[in-house]
Design a protein around this ligand. Sequence first.
Ligand SMILES: Nc1ncnc2c1ncn2[C@@H]1O[C@H](COP(=O)(O)OP(=O)(O)OP(=O)(O)O)[C@@H](O)[C@H]1O
Length: 293
Amino acid sequence: MTPTEATVAEDALLSVRDLRVSFPGKGRRAPRAEVLKGVSLDIRPGETLGLVGESGSGKTTIGRAVLGLVPVDSGTVTFAGERIDRAGRARRRELGRDLQVVFQDPYTSLNPSLTVGDTLAEPLLGHGMSAKQARDRVGDLLARVHLPADAAARLPREFSGGQRQRVAIARALALRPRLVICDEPVSALDLTTRRTVLDLFLEIQEETGVAYLFVTHDLSVVRFMSHRVAVIHHGNIVETGDARALTTEPRHDYTRALLLSAPVADVDRQRRRREAARRLVGPPAADERPAGG
Ligand SMILES: Nc1ncnc2c1ncn2[C@@H]1O[C@H](COP(=O)(O)OP(=O)(O)OP(=O)(O)O)[C@@H](O)[C@H]1O
């Protein structure tokens, strides 16, 4: 069954169907900007679906719509068998137990005035744990993300970007969610730190069976992380498939162009690949051009 069919896949943890989201246009009379134009995708329990596409294609908006952070014009979002696209505030809070998010920027996603211990305890206390239970769980979570126990007493500013992202991951995992939306979670990190944080995501998945919607524009990251990949272009999913097959035998021209745009070491080869990509789908959007290019 393809996700474009109207039916919700029975074995899916998350099913998105024909999702449309628009935002007010820029000028007073400008029409609304359609950002998602009928997006459908499925994520099964324990699975990672990579979501790739160029800047502005609508990746973050999909995640935000699933989390209820932007209103949807039409379409459905079904999580664990329940329609959640019109869920109210109280239900959304409860859903926070099963549905979590890790954002891109570990420098702005943590409250700078809360210690790491309080940051991790907050969702636990908010969902009915006693102070003692929360303290124990905070200790477990820090160990889980390979941070020392004394990290609990320190403030985010005392940590590096990679360590802060570990705290953000620990916070997302605190309530043992079934799905985590990971929105470019390693793109603000340097290359070595990136790898250790990606390994941590994989380790946690193996251990807990959590599913990820893994948003990125980096194809090497998506190949490393995902079971399946969905490619988004101008608010439409143009291709979905097994991660290896899609990145070696893409069916859609846009996916081919995306693969050709991935950086390679040789500058002449790079130039030829960019030309080939241009022939497939035209010039890149202004914000996709390398600085000075
Ligand atoms: N709250 C908003 N109000 C108005 N326009 C918005 C809003 N959120 C997103 N957009 C617009 O929607 C489009 C898609 O944005 P989105 O952040 O989903 O893209 P993206 O694929 O995640 O891009 P990037 O890789 O750069 O993060 C962009 O043109 C963006 O400017």
